[in-house]
Design a protein around this ligand. Structure first.
Ligand SMILES: [Fe+2]
Ligand SMILES: [Fe+2]
Length: 272
């Protein structure tokens, strides 16, 4: 029987630079900038997850949890490699200031690995996962990746990635609980990790929007009400992940995730 956290190897069709569309998700600039921001963020975050998990592997006293952590890390290792390839079309656009912001992100994660404790790193990973699991579930519930104006290559990459985020949704929470179980510190790390990705996505949105307004017109301007609406959404996700009774074990997996999971296992080059 297949493990509930299967490690799939796949190769996705990348987007040629000349086919890049800044509104590739549902023809909606703000959703698209968020996805491109996530696509950049994970190329440093996910190697950080892999390294953070390797650092604590020998401290895990439970065999099942150790296997889940190993599978979690191996799923994340697949994700960032695919996003790195995919982001080439984005970086080829020459957005002024984007490379510099991306470099700051790289330095942030390098610094954390160098200077911070295992508890901080595992807490950061859990803070991130408790945020993005909610985002992944929302994407499946709203069906934005299946919107007729979502680029099929973007949809393919994100459907696979977000489905696997749902598959491994409990692991970071369980490992933090197993090793530390310190609720207040977990809240602090949710605020740090979620604030970190939010700032990055807001900066990327600002950078990309400014250049696209110049190139393609006002459609790409992000209005104050839209920005405020997004901010309220983020506050709701953060609040939910910080509640004392928060647990990813109670999530109801949206309908359709199981068939997406089966689809990617069927077309994978290998599954272990
Ligand atoms: Fe991931
Ligand atoms: Fe993840």
């Amino acid at each position: 029987m297949t493990h509930p956290i299967p490690v799939r190897r796949l190769l996705f069709e990348s987007m040629p630079a000349e086919e890049f569309k800044p509104d590739c998700v549902a023809a909606n600039p703000v959703l698209s900038y968020t996805c491109w921001g996530v696509s950049m963020y994970v190329t440093f975050l996910e190697p950080f997850i892999v390294k953070s998990m390797h650092r604590i592997m020998d401290d895990i006293k439970d065999d099942d949890l150790r296997e889940n952590v190993d599978r979690f890390a191996r799923q994340e290792a697949q994700h960032y490699q695919q996003h790195q390839r995919f982001n080439e079309a984005l970086f080829a656009q020459g957005y002024p200031g984007l490379n510099e912001r991306y470099e700051i992100l790289r330095q942030d994660f390098d610094r954390m690995l160098e200077e911070e404790s295992d508890k901080y790193c595992v807490g950061f990973v859990e803070g991130f996962e408790s945020y993005t699991t909610q985002g992944a579930i929302a994407v499946f519930k709203t069906g934005i990746m299946n919107h007729p104006e979502t680029d099929p290559r973007v949809a393919d990459l994100f459907n696979w990635h977000l489905m696997e985020e749902i598959e491994h949704r409990t692991v970071a929470f369980d490992i933090y609980d197993h090793l530390y179980g310190d609720y207040l510190y977990r809240v602090k790390m949710c605020l740090i990790a979620q604030g970190h990705i939010t700032r990055f996505i807001m900066d990327c949105t600002r950078i990309m929007s400014a250049y696209d307004v110049e190139r393609f017109g006002k459609k790409y301007q992000i209005s104050l009400p839209v920005r405020m609406f997004n901010q309220i959404g983020r506050v709701i996700l953060t609040t939910r992940s910080c509640l004392p009774w928060y647990t990813p074990h109670r999530y109801v997996v949206p309908e359709g995730v199981e068939s997406v999971s089966k689809h990617y296992s069927d077309i994978a080059q290998s599954v272990s």
